[in-house]
Design a protein around this ligand. Structure first.
Ligand code: FES
Length: 155
């Protein structure tokens, strides 16, 4: 067992009901669930790999591909939904030329719709990495993204 997984499994006691919390911890740590990760979880919990895979694929929260340098989470909770979150997602899709849950070819951005981010007074809201952007409008999206193009070194 390598060190990364040793620290991920720390605090868990090999109970089958820990499967989802373990998968969440892996995704939070590594950004996605690799085949190797699911194999290691199966070994840790002593359950078939197929069971890990079928639980992981059942839940939309899990990703199976590496994410880009900047993860964009667009809130689609109630407050943001009624403030046209869908139009914000569409503006990002157009600007980045990807669909929801996809990553740009240069691996700079991954786009994801999520539930409430906990700052509803700023609706509609998105987070890029740890930064919160609120009161969004489609027209403002290119300027916000441009800050990250610079940080990411895009020409
Ligand atoms: S509903 Fe979007 S931040 Fe709460």
């Amino acid at each position: 067992m390598d060190k990364d997984f040793d620290s991920i499994f720390t605090g868990f006691s090999k109970k089958q009901e820990e499967l989802i919390p373990i998968l969440q911890k892996i995704q939070n740590t590594m950004g996605f669930l690799s085949e190797d990760a699911m194999f290691k979880v199966a070994g840790f919990l002593q359950i078939p790999e197929s069971e890990v895979y079928s639980v992981a694929t059942f839940y939309a929260q899990f990703r199976f591909e590496p994410i880009g340098e900047n993860l964009i989470k667009v809130c689609h909770g109630t407050a943001c939904y009624v403030q046209n979150a869908q139009i914000i997602t569409e503006a990002l899709e157009n600007e980045l030329d990807i669909k929801d849950r996809e990553t740009t070819k240069d691996a700079l951005f991954t786009l994801e719709s999520v539930a409430c981010l906990g700052c509803c007074s700023l609706a509609p809201v998105m987070m890029i990495g740890d930064n919160t952007h609120g009161k969004l409008s489609p027209a403002g999206i290119p300027e916000i993204l441009s800050q990250y193009f610079k940080k990411g070194g895009k020409k």
